[in-house]
Write a protein that binds this ligand. Structure first.
Ligand code: KIV
Length: 276
């Protein structure tokens, strides 16, 4: 049965499982595997659309993929990312969230940032939109943070991440993603928050974990962050299958009799006669 926002909000220490999914078959597999929540992350820009970052991802693209994922996983709690610059003002954020939830079928939205997004979070929550926060490495603004690198190593930045997470909680988020931060900092933030934390590259002490599907099954070969565990090496298997298909078409081995359809002999005869 689909979990509720309330269940997630208070899911401290439960080791919940989030995974990204961006399309019907993947979301369906995730639901069949029994994950607790699906994230239609804007990481889709990099792993399925081939962009170099998440910045170019549009609301229309998020909507398209959210709808597909929802069709694949009708019974799983589904969070959709608000893409870059779709929540710069409260008005814009409300419009964007409305579309992802009403048209896309999402149960909640996620946005990146700390204190600077607090007013937007409050407005969304006041309007009844469940919001997930995201601090630490925030890919939409990774260039300001010096690229895809560990955040919160020194006192100032660690303090900022803790304060940002607390400010988001105060603003009404039902959980906070902690991306690419040291495990002891993630532990401290998790202890200090009463809402659940979801870690990615944040060690084992968060209340939930999230991984990008294409990373965990080895479909994205662009780069492999150290925090990713590959449960499958899918890309070489796909490549082999495609190469075999091409070879069999070229050699005449495919399609075989078992992949072809017959027709009645007399119908065929008539056709040949008419064609003369
Ligand atoms: O876009 C995404 O997939 C994310 C996760 C990495 C948390 O934000």
């Amino acid at each position: 049965m689909k979990r509720t926002v309330r269940e997630f909000q208070k899911a401290k220490g439960q080791r919940l499982v989030y995974v990204t999914a961006y399309d019907y078959p993947t979301a369906r597999l995730a639901e069949e595997a029994g994950v607790d929540a699906i994230l239609v992350g804007d990481s889709l820009g990099m792993v399925v659309l081939g962009y170099e970052s998440t910045v170019p991802v549009t609301l229309e693209e998020m909507l398209h993929h959210t709808k597909a994922a929802r069709r694949g996983a009708p019974r799983t709690f589904l969070v959709a990312d608000l893409p870059y610059l779709s929540y710069a003002t409260l008005e814009h954020a409300l419009q964007s969230a409305k579309r992802l939830i009403k048209e896309g079928g999402a149960d909640a939205v996620k946005l990146e940032g700390g204190k600077e997004v607090v007013e937007v979070v409050k407005g969304l929550v006041r309007a009844g939109v469940p919001v997930l926060g995201h601090v630490g490495l925030t890919p939409q603004t990774a260039s300001i943070l010096g690229g895809f690198r560990l955040q919160g190593k020194d006192l100032d930045s660690a303090r900022r991440i803790l304060e940002d997470a607390l400010a988001l909680e105060e603003a009404g988020v039902f959980g906070v993603v902690l991306e690419l931060v040291p495990a002891p900092l993630a532990r401290l933030v998790t202890e200090r928050l009463s809402v659940h934390t979801i870690g990615i590259g944040a060690g084992p002490f968060t209340d939930a974990q999230v991984l990008v599907f294409h990373d965990l099954v080895g479909l994205f070969e662009g780069f492999k962050p150290r925090f990713v565990k590959r449960y499958l090496e899918a890309a070489p298997l796909f490549r082999q299958a495609l190469a075999r298909y091409a070879e069999e078409v070229r050699s005449g081995l495919f399609p075989g009799e078992e992949h072809s359809f017959e027709m009645a002999e007399e119908v065929l005869q008539r056709l040949y006669e008419e064609d003369r």
